[in-house]
Ligand binder design. Sequence first.
Ligand SMILES: [Zn+2]
Length: 409
Amino acid sequence: MCARFLLAEMPGVCAVPIGYDLGGPIATLTGRPFGMVADRADRLGAAETDRPVSSEIPTSRPRGAGLWFRLRNHAVSRSQPARGGQAQSQTSASGPAAQYRHVGAGNAPTIVVYHSLSTAKNRMTDQLGVTTDPEVFRRHVKYFARNFDIVGPDDLIRGSLPRKPLLITFDDVYRTVLDVGGPILREVDAPSLFFINPDSIVTQTVPIDNLLSLAVSHLGGAEVSRLIGLNERCPVSVQALISDHISQMSSAQTSDLKAALCTRFGLDEREIRGSCKLFLDAPDLRRLTDYGIRVGNHSMSHSFFRSLTEADLDSEIRLSRDLLEQMSGQSVTSLSIPYGSECDATDAALEAARSSGHRAIFLVHGRSNALRPAADVFYRISPRNAQPLLLPLSLRVLPHLRTAWYKLR
Ligand SMILES: [Zn+2]
């Protein structure tokens, strides 16, 4: 087993396997941020989407009408086209927070992240590498209960941690976290933290990652590349499409791409969402407390933060938090940055998060939390389907090796 493999983050990073997290194993080691390709705005065109945003928003919500209105404005605002790559970057709030000052931690918490829990084949997720077998998850949870002190997000924020703290988290909007993960967690009374994107719930739309998985499964990577407007000779993976191309798109371009994919299928996006039964609906958020699952903010629409304006960041972070608090009835004080990369932990994003009441901010990267960028920023590890026998390696050895490599590079 080569050192490169050992040091690379495991697949399944925040809706996207390794390539999405750090730009792939090589990028992990060289520090090259992913998404370094030229902007594809010219290839996709800059036409404003004609998606009827306002009609997608429920109008009969009993509470929070103001917030629904703000969400509509948020969506309309984000439907404005980018002016091309250069202009897009010029309007960005700031670049990545370049130089992290590492800070020490007492009892460094181990934090794991999961996504969907299922054994069923599903074309909406098959290409993403985000699914954990529920029985594997059960064995993981039992291993955590035996070998760690499982804590909740409030313990982490207070800093009053036991000797071997471990926090279980989930990302994205997968229903199996509630239906499958909840009962498993209750077997050992383990608290957890579930980071959710409210946009998909409110507008009943499908995240672009899942649409791409469906499209590549049905049409193949080459055909989807052609639909995107790329001249890829070889079939490309969903991971590559997201890390190299979606990361460069504006929200309007992403919406256009989703519309084009749905047109190709001859299906409405909401039909796809409704029939796949894959995602949470609004009433489900109130049930999460039955299983000790706290709600966290995963941004409004799961966009890459790196190229967002300050106004977009405010909508993606502050408005998303407000909506989640309304829908769940919980206080939301944690933010998981979409795709988990420090490239998206820009100064502006961190400022937007902190000023809107987030007390803990989560990346992935699979590094140790003994050394981390700031006191309120935490790394997570993605065990996915690792055999329990390998968990000591995944949770204790590899994170320290990655941190050591990060310091040396
Ligand atoms: Zn995610």
